[in-house]
Design a protein around this ligand. Structure first.
Ligand SMILES: [Zn+2]
Length: 654
């Protein structure tokens, strides 16, 4: 590298290695623009710099892109631009066709294509033509049309010049060359100038006409838009004006309470001019604002817009003011005319925030306002404590009122009770609720117990009534409870008496039936004697006493005994009435055998008379007949007994 030429400055750093101004063209001794490839190497090229006129050396080594460099190192600015400008003029003068750009009319957002890009063929061309107040780089003429060309190398055409072109209606194209690469062969440079470099119309009569048309359309559209907006603003203004006149209401008391709890009550309720955009009175919207500024946004900068959206979410704004966050200047102007004293919510909020800043509640920051974080935290804590205390008080009052209602006492007693010192607690219920100690929990627990007593049918409680007028209620509940106990005792006694009476009746009925049955086969007198004996024998009492006091077991036993007696009497009678002695003896033997068999069978089947009878009367295959028929003498009776022993006493095992 040649150290002598390496600090020459270039305005176009493209393709520069930073140490040298590398030029593709030099001026020959006969004042031609020569490409480095067209001359001899080194100083022998005989070329001078197109910018400064100093001698150049042609560098045509094997390893680099060929170029010229200054022979003597010097600051040379603008050599390439001068070269390119001259090259462009030469190229246009030598050529006979050039690419014209697409023609597009553009007004604001509207645009229309007027003509496509096209090759312009020309017969005549001239450089640096003097047109009075204009001196275009080149003028070309083809098919009777004259076209001006401007080559933009470092500075594009200025607006003043463009205005002159328009006034004189001279069709002009500007070709933008700053991005043309420097070290290219001459042919490619020419191609860039004539075709490929970007180009555009500075003035084109058709485009101008189309733009006039578009401008008219745009104006019409703007006018329509303006009219539409005016109508809209008119409507909004009507609504706003109506809302402006609406009276403000008192807001929810919670806001005021909260501001007071937080310790900012004195900063609310300040008259702020133009605050009729708010649905609620100054005290309410300002309480909401202070809560937002000091608690919700504590430690953060907020803008009037931030505060406004908070207030809007809390329903603080009248309906028409909710619609827009930003008030367009035209709309505002419109409103100021229509509505006396109108101010946008943002302005009012900003005024109030400034007022608060003057009193140190918030501080002014670059973009808005901010409340100290610590201060917000303390305010929040104060609110929480106060709200918890208030909730306890409300709960307590609700409980007492409920209790009074249930006890059918006037609920107005609740409020004085809240303030009376509770015996045993040393404080009024309200004070206890405010403090929220264990004592308060005890009061609540006691109230719940008293509540249980309040309901009709509830259980009376003993002890402390918390100073509530529930003595009479307790007496009533106690009397009710006593009455309930008494009733239950009476019912129980009645039931016992009835049971006793029923048993006596059963016993007496049994004895009557027994007498009737006994009288049937013993006769009245013997029957009565037998029954009297049996009944008295049971309890060792008199007949009249025993007659009413026989229990079930006793009755069964007596009934069994009577059956045995009847069978005995029947047997005797049978024997007595038998005409033939032998027959009678046999019959007696038969009867006795059968009776014995019957007794055994009954025992065998554990006293189940039905089973016993069934076995006796059913034909047994081993006997060929029923045991009853078979057992006419002792031998046959024993056969039957053996059979009986073998028979399974069914049912007993179950
Ligand atoms: Zn130079």
């Amino acid at each position: 590298m040649d150290g002598l030429a390496n600090s020459c400055q270039s305005r176009v750093p493209l393709q520069s290695d930073g140490e040298d101004v590398r030029l593709p063209y030099g001026i020959t001794e006969d004042d031609r623009l020569a490409h480095v490839t067209e001359v001899a190497s080194g100083l022998a090229c005989g070329c001078r710099c197109p910018g400064c006129g100093e001698r150049l050396v042609a560098r045509r080594g094997a390893n680099k892109v060929h170029h010229f460099a200054h022979h003597v190192h010097r600051a040379c600015a603008g050599a390439w631009e001068t070269t390119l400008h001259r090259l462009a003029k030469e190229a246009v003068l030598e050529a006979r066709e050039i690419l014209l750009p697409k023609a597009v009319a553009k007004v604001g957002d509207l645009s229309a294509d007027v003509a496509a890009a096209t090759m312009f063929i020309y017969e005549a061309s001239e450089a640096e033509v003097d047109l009075g107040d204009l001196r275009p780089d080149a003028v070309i003429t083809g098919r009777g049309r004259q076209l001006l060309l401007e080559f933009h190398v470092s500075h594009p055409c200025g607006s003043e010049k463009i205005a002159r072109l328009r006034t004189r209606n001279l069709a002009t194209v500007e070709i933008d060359l700053p991005r043309v690469p420097r070290l290219l062969p001459r042919g490619e440079h020419v191609e860039q100038i004539l075709r490929t470099a970007p180009r555009h119309w500075l003035h084109n009569a058709k485009v101008a006409a189309e733009e006039d048309r578009l401008r008219l359309i745009a104006e019409r559209m703007t006018e329509l838009e303006q009219r539409r907006r005016n109508r809209l603003y008119g409507r909004i203004a009507d609504e706003v004006a109506a809302a402006w006149r609406e009276p403000t209401r008192r807001g929810h008391r919670g806001w005021l309470t909260r501001a007071a709890d937080a310790g900012f009550g004195e900063f609310t309720g300040v008259p702020m001019p133009g605050d009729r955009c708010f649905a609620f009175d100054a005290a309410t919207w300002q309480a909401a604002f202070v809560f937002y500024a000091v608690v919700a946004a504590a430690g953060h900068t907020f803008t009037a817009e931030n505060a406004l959206s908070y207030l809007q979410r809390q329903g603080m704004l009248k309906e028409p003011f909710k619609l827009r966050r930003n008030w367009e200047p035209e709309l505002e102007a419109h409103l100021r005319e229509r509505v006396g004293g109108f101010r946008s919510p943002i302005e009012v909020i900003a005024d109030y925030a400034t007022w608060l800043a003057e009193r140190g509640v918030v501080e002014r920051t670059q973009t808005g306002w901010r409340a100290d974080h610590e201060r917000g935290w303390e305010a929040k804590a104060r609110i929480d404590v106060a709200e918890a205390a208030r909730k306890r008080e409300t709960d307590l009052r609700a409980k007492v009122i409920f209790l009074l209602k249930v006890a059918q006492l006037p609920t107005r007693l609740a409020e004085p009770w809240m303030d009376r010192v509770l015996p045993g607690f040393g404080e009024s219920p309200r004070a206890l609720a405010q403090a929220g100690s264990d004592c308060f929990e005890n009061v609540l627990r006691r109230l719940r117990e008293l509540e249980r007593m309040a309901w009709a049918g509830g259980a009376p409680v003993s002890g402390d009534l918390l100073g509530l007028p529930l003595e009479e209620l307790r007496r009533t509940r106690q009397a009710e409870a006593n009455a309930r106990q008494e009733t239950q005792r009476r019912i129980r006694e009645d039931f016992q008496a009835q049971t006793r009476e029923r048993r006596r009746k059963e016993s007496s009925d049994f004895v009557d039936a027994l007498l009737a049955e006994a009288a049937l086969f013993m006769g009245e007198v013997d029957g009565l004697a037998w029954v009297e004996h049996a009944v008295r024998g049971g309890g060792g009492t008199t007949f009249d006493e025993g007659r009413l006091g026989l229990d079930r077991v006793m009755q069964e036993r007596i009934k069994g005994a009577l059956d045995d007696e009847r069978r005995r009497i029947e047997l005797i009678r049978h024997v007595e009435t038998s005409r033939h002695g032998e027959e009678a003896a046999m019959t007696v033997e038969t009867l006795r055998c059968r009776q014995e068999l019957e007794t055994r069978a009954l025992r065998h089947f554990s006293g189940n008379a039905d089973k016993s009878r069934l076995w006796l009367r059913t034909t047994q295959p081993a006997l060929g007949r029923s045991p009853w028929t078979h057992a006419v003498d002792e031998r046959r009776r024993d056969e039957c007994l053996r059979l009986l022993d073998a028979a399974l006493p069914k049912g007993k095992r179950r």
